[in-house]
Write a protein that binds this ligand. Structure first.
Ligand code: GAL
Length: 669
């Protein structure tokens, strides 16, 4: 069943209002609410005294209007009674200072006492609601994150290292602690990488980031175990933060959950830009689908302008619905809007819900109500339909962490690099999967592995198998540079990928912000009037069997190869030796697609997004017009529209018009 609903905070409003809220929710076509993820103070007003009566009453009212309930475990925002007088429960930031009470997410994920309180509240909720007929699932905590550097974590880090390396000799060797005399003679000597310690050993810092990630995974697992025991019929999820969030290894966090849910905001107060880049939402959704390689829920879909101290630019009429359909177009099987009614108080007073502060339905409510009626018709066709791209983009959290430690060049930002590459294909209406480097790649014809910085034997073998079997692999600079301990490999770059790519990096040049180099393409199919420029980084390449695709035109390495193409087994490897900016990938995308034999879904104007989902053999096509102007697209077959009411279900074919900020959801007939 396709779930469509909203995040609701009954504890923030008078009880007399609840029936009206539930009635309006049903009027919008909602069938699910998420509740209670910030209600710890109300659920456990004093240590060990639990109060579920109010929540039972709220659920009864909501269930009376047909809502199903996802409950949040409230551990992201501990109440004052829990934190007061127990300073050691607070997280320590990387500058060594403890956070203080006043926001949320202030706790240390490793503190045994916090674990005790967590077990208390989660067990009571789980036993109370395990058999409740309206409850269908759980969200654990809320948006895990934030590194803690406290003494409890420092000690747990040392234990973690002990089990990873077994011996101090091994650790010292892997980290290269002879450098600056950091040789550790006792596990207890190993510090956490506080900023007061200056630039850390990259091996230590990467392991610490992995350890923090593992700490949250373990803390989550503690809650999963409780819920599994008491609520065997319920699903368990967590609300992830899309592509942007970079402090946790999201593949690990997703592993033992039943499904990934995430929070999708296109307009936040922190980004006051006038225009939204729709490829951002697309990449975020594809990343979330990639974590478990399965469809996802959107637990928080934007419902209005975002705002804490600053109020964001408002979503324009049509955008909330359009963005919600974008989530669906990329694999959402449920959408919940954040939030129901705009809070009158608290930090998020200006984070707008579907209802305004005064409780009146806004234009945003009316827009989503229209969508609710559409979902009633179309949801059953869409639910469970899979996304099956032929192209994958590899996202590595190890690489992400490593580049947080050593950026390599101040203009280089790993997530932006991935986004630029992604955008080049998105604009060509080619869908992508986001996948882990060690994932099974056999379903793909083209794999993009940008700046794959740390490469293990396992990953190298995986990529090699993919190419051997006929796949096309694209590597960019800074790939294969590090081993798993974050030391530079003891072989020519791109390290374990050198043989595969038929090329070696003879020298690399980190460019100043204002510096550029020219590129000249040697392949006729790439001869363009305005070849893109090389920026940020230039690998000077020495082919070792590979063909030169492009060379540099300036500076002391003018004439030296910049991009190469290698035949390996049945497949090919393209090495792009400069990080460049978007234009490079836009220039290369068409060629790469033809090398791999991948075709666009549909020809459409820029600003029109096209995706597909498959319900068995039935093809669903999504056409989203993100622009201000009406657009025409030419369909490749006969389709019926799933969103229109019965009167509009005559098949469509040929050229169809998509109004501005509108969407077509079509099923091939
Ligand atoms: C999300 C969070 C919500 C709310 C929202 C708006 O990231 O999960 O609780 O804070 O952002 O700020």
């Amino acid at each position: 069943m396709f779930y469509f609903g909203v995040d609701y905070y009954p504890e923030q409003w008078p009880e007399e209002r609840w029936p009206e809220d539930a009635r309006l929710m049903a009027g919008a076509g909602f069938n699910v609410v998420r509740l209670a993820e910030f209600a710890w103070a109300r659920l456990e007003p004093q240590a060990g005294r639990y109060d579920f009566d109010w929540l039972d009453r709220a659920i009864a009212i909501l269930a009376g209007q047909g809502m199903r309930v996802v409950l949040g475990t409230p551990t992201a925002s501990p109440p004052p009674w829990l934190m007061t007088g127990q300073p050691e429960l607070f997280r320590v930031r990387e500058d060594g200072r403890r956070v203080t009470y006043g926001n949320r997410r202030e706790y240390c994920p490793n503190h045994p006492l916090y674990h005790d309180y967590t077990r208390g509240i989660v067990t009571s909720m789980a036993t109370h609601y395990g058999a409740h007929p309206a409850v269908i699932g759980w969200q654990i905590d809320n948006e895990f994150g934030d590194r803690c550097y406290c003494p409890v974590c420092a000690h747990a880090f040392q234990q973690w290292l002990r089990s990873r390396y077994q011996s101090l000799d091994e650790l010292n060797q892997q980290w290269g602690t002879m450098f600056w005399s950091h040789r550790y003679g006792d596990w207890a000597e190993i510090p956490v990488p506080l900023t007061t310690g200056g630039s850390p050993n990259p091996g230590l810092a990467l392991d610490f980031y992995r350890f923090v990630s593992d700490s949250y995974v373990a803390y989550q697992q503690m809650q999963i175990d409780i819920l599994r025991r008491h609520c065997p019929g319920h699903f368990i999820t967590h609300n992830f933060m899309g592509f942007k969030y970079d402090r946790l290894n999201y593949y690990d966090l997703a592993r033992n959950l039943d499904l990934v849910a995430w929070d999708n905001y296109q307009r936040m107060q922190w980004q006051m830009q006038a225009e939204v880049d729709p490829s951002q939402g697309a990449l975020a959704a594809d990343t979330m689908r990639g974590l478990k390689r399965q469809n996802f829920w959107v637990m928080e879909q934007q419902a209005g302008p975002g705002g804490w101290e600053i109020v964001s630019v408002p979503p324009r009429p049509g955008e909330l619905r359009l963005w919600a359909y974008q989530s669906i177009a990329h694999g959402a099987d449920a959408i919940l809007f954040f939030r129901w009614r705009t809070a009158r108080f608290g930090t998020e007073q200006y984070w707008h819900g579907l209802l305004d502060h005064d409780g009146r339905p806004s234009r945003r409510y009316e827009e989503i109500k229209r969508m609710g009626a559409e979902i009633k018709r179309a949801g059953g066709h869409i639910y469970g339909a899979t996304v099956r791209p032929a192209v994958a983009l590899l996202l590595s959290y190890d690489a992400r962490f490593a580049f947080q430690i050593q950026q390599n060049n101040p203009q280089f930002y790993y997530p932006d690099h991935l986004h630029q590459l992604y955008r080049a294909f998105y604009q060509r209406h080619v869908p992508l999967d986001v996948a882990a480097p060690a994932a099974d790649l056999s379903a793909y014809r083209l794999v993009l592995a940008p700046a794959l910085h740390l490469v293990s034997e396992t990953v190298a073998d995986n990529l090699s198998r993919f190419v051997q079997a006929g796949g096309v692999l694209v590597l960019t600079s800074r790939s294969g540079v590090k081993d798993e301990a974050n030391a530079v490999v003891n072989r020519p770059l791109p390290g374990l990928l050198a043989e595969l790519s038929g090329v070696e990096v003879d020298e690399y040049v980190s460019l100043a912000a204002e510096s550029r180099n020219g590129l000249e393409f040697l392949l006729p199919e790439l001869a363009t009037a305005h070849p893109p420029e090389a920026t940020i980084w230039c690998d000077v390449l020495k082919p070792n069997g590979a063909t030169v695709v492009a060379r540099y035109t300036r500076d002391y390495y003018a004439g030296k190869p910049a991009i190469t193409l290698n035949q390996f087994g049945q497949g090919k490897v393209v090495y792009i030796g400069t990080l460049g900016n978007g234009p490079i990938y836009e220039t290369l995308a068409g060629w790469l697609l033809s090398l791999a034999g991948v075709r666009r879904l549909l020809a459409a104007a820029a600003g029109v997004e096209v995706t597909e989902r498959w319900q068995g053999e039935r093809r669903l096509l999504f056409v989203l017009n993100h622009g201000e102007r009406e657009q025409e697209v030419t369909l490749d077959s006969r389709y019926v529209s799933l969103l229109d009411d019965a009167a509009g279900t005559a098949p469509v074919e040929g050229t169809v018009t998509v109004p501005p900020r509108d969407v077509l959801v079509l099923e091939r007939v």
